[in-house]
Design a protein around this ligand. Structure first.
Ligand SMILES: NC(=O)c1ccc[n+]([C@@H]2O[C@H](COP(=O)([O-])OP(=O)(O)OC[C@H]3O[C@@H](n4cnc5c(N)ncnc54)[C@H](OP(=O)(O)O)[C@@H]3O)[C@@H](O)[C@H]2O)c1
Length: 343
C-alpha cells in the first residue's frame, strides 16, 4: 500500500529570505498519529520571530524537508491510541513543540497536552494568531512574574511592557489590562503607538529614549513589573533603573551579551526568563498547563474580554506567501500578527 502524501512548505538550505529557495513548496508523507498525538488538518498558521531565527542563513543543509511554523488552527483528523482530551472533528489551536516539525503542512502531529479548543467566535486565521504569543504572555505574566489573577490584588500596580506592539506585546497588554494592572507599553512609531493603545495600554513611551525621564514626565517613578519582549541587552540598564524595590523583571529574548545582575542587587529585584517551549521540550509533568491556559484564553476571547491580534492576512499557505511573511517579520516593525490561511 502506498502512503498518502500532503503539501508542506519548508527548507533544505538556510538562505536569505530574498532567495526563492529559502522556503520551498514540497510534497511529503502524511504522518500517522501515535501515543498522545493528534493529527490536525491545518486550516491557518501564523508566523513568529522563531521561524525567522530557525531559518537564519547558515552552512548546514537538510536531507529531508525541514518544516517550520509554530502556530496552528485546524481540525482534529485522527487521534493516537492514548488521546483522551479530543476527538476527530474538534476545532483546535496550538503552538506545538520546537523539537518537532512545525505546522506549515496540510496535516500536522501535536501532543494533545499542549493543544486548546479553538475560540468558537473566531475564524481559523484569527485563532492561529494567538497560541504561541498567548502562551508566552500568560506564562510570563502569571507563572514567571507571579502576577495574581484577581483584579483587586493588582489595583495601583504598574507593569512596563517593552515591545508592546509586537505579537507577544499585543496579547500581553490585553492580559495585563484584564487583571487590573496599570499598563505602560513601549512603541516607537505613530502606527505602533496607536496599535498599543488599541490593545488597552494606559500610556505608551518610546523604547529608543531613556525610560526614567519619560515615566517621570507622566508622574510615574517606578514600576512593579517589567516584561521585556525585545532586545534584552539594549534595555537592561533602563529596566534596572525603573524597577521598584523588590520588583520583578521577566524577559523572553535571549542575548549574546552578559547581563550585569548586580544592577538588581540593591533593589532585591528578581530577574526571570520565560521560554514557551520549555514545557514541551522537557516534557515537564505540568505540560498540560498549556492545554488549560489555551482553553482559558479561548474562553476569554469568546466572552469578548480578549481579542485576536491579527493585523494582516495572506492566502494561500505556500512558500511565496511564507517568504513574504518572513520578510515582513525581519523588518522588526510589524504590529500584531501576520496569518496565512488555506492550502
Ligand atoms: N521566550 C519565548 O518564549 C518567546 C516567545 C515569543 C517570542 N519570543 C521572542 O520575543 C521577541 C518578540 O516577539 P514578537 O512576536 O512580539 O515580535 P514582533 O511581533 O516581530 O515584534 C515587533 C515589534 O517589536 C518592536 N521593536 C522593534 N525593535 C525594538 C526594540 N529595540 N525595543 C523594543 N521593541 C522593539 C516594534 O515596535 P516599533 O515598530 O514601535 O519600534 C514592533 O512592533 C522575538 O525576539 C521573539 O523571538 C520569545
Amino acid at each position: 500500500m502506498t502512503q498518502e502524501t500532503m503539501k508542506a512548505v519548508g527548507l533544505y538550505q538556510y538562505l536569505p529570505i530574498d532567495n526563492t529557495n529559502s522556503l520551498v513548496d514540497a510534497e511529503v508523507k502524511k504522518p500517522v498519529p501515535t501515543g498522545k498525538d493528534l493529527l490536525v488538518k491545518v486550516k491557518a498558521v501564523s508566523v513568529n520571530p522563531v521561524d525567522v531565527k530557525v531559518r537564519a542563513p547558515k552552512e548546514r543543509t537538510e536531507n529531508e524537508l525541514k518544516v517550520l511554523g509554530w502556530d496552528v488552527a485546524g481540525i482534529v483528523e485522527q487521534i493516537g491510541p492514548e488521546v483522551t482530551l479530543f476527538q476527530p472533528g474538534d476545532e483546535v489551536f496550538y503552538a506545538g513543540s520546537i523539537v518537532r516539525p512545525g505546522g506549515n503542512s496540510e496535516f500536522h502531529l501535536v501532543d494533545e497536552r499542549i493543544v486548546g479548543s479553538k475560540p468558537s467566535s473566531l475564524d481559523y486565521a484569527e485563532a492561529a494568531a494567538l497560541p504561541l504569543t498567548s502562551i508566552t504572555a500568560w506564562e510570563g505574566l502569571f507563572d514567571r512574574l507571579g502576577i495574581p489573577m484577581e483584579k483587586s490584588t493588582n489595583t495601583g500596580k504598574k507593569i512596563l511592557i517593552i515591545g508592546a506592539a509586537g505579537g507577544v506585546g499585543s496579547i500581553a497588554v490585553q492580559l495585563a489590562n484584564y487583571v487590573g494592572l496599570t499598563v505602560i507599553g513601549t512603541a516607537s512609531r505613530p502606527e505602533s503607538i496607536e496599535w498599543v493603545k488599541e490593545q488597552g495600554a494606559d500610556v505608551v513611551i518610546n523604547h529608543y529614549e531613556p525610560f526614567v525621564s519619560q515615566l517621570q514626565a507622566l508622574g510615574i517613578d517606578q514600576v512593579d513589573y517589567v516584561f521585556c519582549l525585545n532586545s534584552t541587552e539594549q534595555h537592561w540598564q533602563n529596566m534596572a533603573e525603573v524597577i521598584a524595590p523588590q520588583g520583578k523583571i521577566c524577559s523572553i529574548v535571549e542575548t549574546d551579551e552578559l547581563l550585569n545582575l548586580t544592577l538588581l542587587k540593591n533593589k532585591s529585584a528578581t530577574f526571570v526568563w520565560e521560554f514557551m517551549f520549555t514545557r514541551s521540550t522537557y516534557q515537564t509533568p505540568d505540560m498540560i498547563e498549556q492545554h488549560n491556559l489555551l482553553n482559558d484564553i479561548a474562553r476569554l476571547v469568546d466572552q469578548g474580554v480578549i481579542r485576536t491580534t491579527v493585523a494582516q492576512r495572506l492566502e494561500p499557505i505556500n512558500a511565496e506567501n511564507l517568504r513574504k511573511a518572513h520578510y515582513l517579520l525581519e523588518t522588526g516593525r510589524t504590529v500584531g500578527k501576520i496569518v496565512l490561511e488555506h492550502f
